[in-house]
Write a protein that binds this ligand. Sequence first.
Ligand code: ADP
Ligand code: MG
Ligand code: MG
Length: 902
Amino acid sequence: MRVKGRTKWVYLFSEGSAKMVNLLGGKGANLAEMTGLKMPVPPGFVISTEGCTAYFESGGKLPDGMVRQVRKAMKEVEKAMSRRFGDPDDPLLVSVRSGARRSMPGMMETVLNVGLCTATIPGMIRQSGNERFVYDAYRRLITMYSDVVMEKAAGVEHKDEEMAVRPQLEKLMDAVKKEKGYKLDTELTAEDLKGLCEQYKVRVREVLGKGFPDDPWEQLWGGIGAVFQSWRGKRAIAYRQVEGIPEEWGTAVNVQTMVFGNMGNDSATGVAFTRDPATGDLHFYGEWLVNAQGEDVVAGIRTPNALNNYCKQPGLNDRLPSLEESMPDLYKQLVGIRNTLEAHYRDMQDIEFTIERGRLWMLQTRTGKRNGTAAIRMAVDMMEEGLIDEKAALLRVKPEQVDELLHPMLDPAAEKNARALARGLAAGPGGAIGKIVLSSERAHEQVGKGEKVILVRMETSPEDVKGMHAAQGILTARGGMTSHAALVARGWGKCCIVGCGELDIDYQARTVKADGQTLKEGDWISLNGTKGIVYEGKLSVVPADPEKNPWYKKLMEVADNTRRLGVRTNADRPIDAETAVRFGAEGIGLCRTEHMFFEGDRIVSMRKMILARSVEKRRKALDELLPLQREDFIGIFKALDGRPATIRFLDPPLHEFVPHDEPGQKEMAEAMGVSLQRIKEKVESLYEFNPMLGHRGCRLGITYPEITAMQARAVIEAAYEVKGAQAEIMIPLVGHVKELIHQKKIILEVFDQIKKEKKGQKAPEIKIGTMIEVPRGAVTADEIAAEAEFFSFGTNDLTQMGCGFSRDDAGKFLKEYVKLGIFEKDPFETLDREGVGELVRIAVEKGRKARPNLKLGICGEHGGDPRSIEFFHQVGLDYVSCSPFRVPIARLAAAQAALAGK
Ligand code: ADP
Ligand code: MG
Ligand code: MG
C-alpha cells in the first residue's frame, strides 16, 4: 500500500528477499536473496516497482520521499564500502540497473560507472593506481549516459540513425584508433582515452544541445529517471506485448556499488549457468573474459574463454585458458556459490559474476532459460538428486518442450553457418532437408525415385496430401497455424513452415524467389520447423529417438503415474497407430475411414457406388470395397495389440469423392463406361451451398444405409479375425437420438447376421457410440446417451457449429479477433471454455446422468493442446485423443492438469 509521504520506496539489498519479486523486480529480489545467503554481492539498494508507477503518475518526477530515501540508503552503502559517493579522495561509483518482475533481456537500460566526474577522477586514479582504467570507465559512462539518459529517455529522435549520439561517439573513437594504427580498443592508452573523453563531451553538447553532467548526484537522478522511462520505451512496449507483460507492473531500479573486471589481469568478468542449458548436463557451464567489463562477454567483442574444460569448444576457445586453469581458487569459490545457489533455488540458475583484483563478486542470478532436451534432463536429474519432488519435476517441463525430442532436427552447428532465406510460422517442428518441388504430383514421383523433397506451395489443399506425405517437409507462402498444411503436418509430425510471405513462388517458371535469390525446382533447401526458418542448401540433420533418452522415459513414467486422463491417438493407418503406441498411446480415439474409400483403385468402386441408380448396383460397388476395408481394420487391430480403436464411419460429403475438373470427369466417365454428361450431372447434383452443414456424417449413412452396413461388416469381421480386438463403432454428426437409433439398428442387424455365419466362434466385443459435435447433440446428450455406449467430442465441428465459424474461412478474421482480444486464443487451437466448453460440460453431465458408465473422450485437434487438456481433465472426460506426435505432450499435460487440481 502506498500512503502519501510515508511510502517505503527504497529497500537495501539486506532488507529484501526473492519473495519480494513483484515489488523489487527479479534482479533486485535475487540480489537481495544472494545478500541474505552471505554471498559476495556488491552492496546496493532497490527502488521499488511502485516507485516506477508513482513516477509516471506524477508526470515523470520522482515521487515524494524517494529522494530522501535514496540519500539515506546511499549512506548505508557508503558505510559498508567505507567510501563516499562523490568523494574526491576515494569515490564510490555505482551502476543503475533496471529490473522488471519478469526478465526482459536487453529491453531496458543500464548505466555503469555513475559518479565519475572531474572532481572524482583524480581520487579514483590514485586509489586504483591505474589512469588508463579510469579514463576507460569515464569514456563508457559518457557513452552510456548520453545515449540512455540524455537521448533515449529524453525522447530525442534523429532522422538519420547515424546522427544519434552513440554512433557519433563511436566515430570519434574509430578515428583515434585509425590515426594511431590500433586494431583493438585495448590498445588505446591512458592519454588517448583522456583526450577522447574531452572530445566526447564536446560532441555530446553538439548533438544534444546539453552538456554531460559533471555532478555525481545529478548523474544518479538522471540514471534513475531514465530506467523508469525505459519501461515505456518502444522496445520494452513491443516486448511486453509479445510476452503478455502488463504495463502496470513497472520496473524497479537497482543502484549498486560498481566492481571492476577491467582493472588488470587479476580482474575478469563472466556469465555462467549452473548446468548446461543446451543439454541439461550436470556441468557448470559458462564463459569469461580477463580484464573486461560485463557487457563485453555478451556483446561478443572478443571470443570469450571457457569456464572449465567441459565448456571448451574445439576451434573456438579450446586453446584459451579456462577460469579453472587461470584462477583456480576463485573458480573453486564460484563452484561453491554455484552449489549453494542450486540447492537454494532448486533450479538451474543463470549468473553474472565479476572478479576485481582477485576478489569474486556476484552481480546477478535468475532462473536460466533452456531448450526442451535440457529442461527434461534437468527436471529428472534434480528429482533424482532429491532437489525437487515429482510434482515439481513434472511442472517444470512445458508440454511443448517434449515435442522437440520427437522430431529430427537440423544440426545446430550447421545452422550457424547457413544462409537464412526466409522466415515463416513454425507449424511442424523438427528439421527437414530436400530438393524444392512445386507440385504434389512431382513430389510423389520424385520420392518414388528415391529423392528427398520439400514440397513448396502457395498453400496446400486435400488434393496435395499424397505429395505432402511423400515430402520430407512442407513449406507454404500463405496460411496460418490452422491452415491445411499446418494441420496435416502436425498430424504426421512432419516438419512444416507456413505463412512464409517472403517467398515468391512461380509455378510456371518453377522458381522460388527469396531474399534476392532465385532458386529452381530441384535446388536443395533446409527447414527448421521448430523456429520457422528456411535455409539455402543441404544442412545436416540429427535424428530423434526419444526412447533412447532415459530422462524422457523417466519423466513420462512419472507423468503416467500421475495423470487420470487416458491418452489415445487419432490414426487412420496401422503405421500411424504403431508410432502412436510407441509414443505411449493407449488406443485409437479416432480412426477416420475416409481414406479407405480414396486409395488406389478404391476410388473407382466408390465412384461406382455414388453413380449407382439402384440399391442393387450400390451394394455391388460396396461389395468391392468390403474386403479392402476389412484388411485395413485387421491391420489396425493388429497394430493396437488389444488396445481399443474408435472407428468413425464415413463422414465427408460425397462430392469430395468426385472430380471437379473436366479432364478428371472425362477420365471418370471412361473408367465407369458412362457419358461425360452423366458424370457432370452427378457432380452438379452433389453440389452444396454449405457442405459443412450439408449431406455428410450420419446423414450419409441414413440415406445410404448400405454404406453403414458395409462398414459395420468390415469392422466386425476384422474383429473376429484379430484376437483381443476392441472395436468401438462411432457414428458421426449425430444431433438427434433417432439418427443414432437408425444407424445402430443397421449395425446390430449386421452383427447378428455375422454371428449366425460364424456360429461357434466367440463373438468380439463391439461398442456403439457417437460423436458429439453438433450443438443439438450436446444439449440432448441424455437422450443420446440412452443409446450410446460412449461419446467422443468432435471439438473441431463443435467449435465450428458452436461459434458459427467455418474453420476453412475463419482465417480471414480470426487473427483480428485474437488481436482485439474478442477471443483470447484461436478457438480452433485452444478450446473456448466458456462457450464450446460449456456445451461439452452440459453433454458430460446429461450423458453421465442417463448412463453412469458412459465412456467419454475427445478427438478434435484440441486433444493435443495442453490448455484444452486441462479443461478436459476438469470436466471429467476419460481420455483425450490426439495425433501420434502429440501423444507424449498430452501425457505430460494430463499429468500437469491432475496436479493443478490437487
Ligand atoms: P541486463 O539485465 O541487460 O543484463 P544488467 O543490469 O545486468 O543488464 O547490466 C549490464 C551489464 O553491466 C552486466 O554485464 C552486468 O554484469 C554489468 N554490471 C551491472 N552492474 C554492475 C556493477 N555494479 N558492477 C559491475 N558490473 C555491473
Ligand atoms: Mg544482466
Ligand atoms: Mg466432425
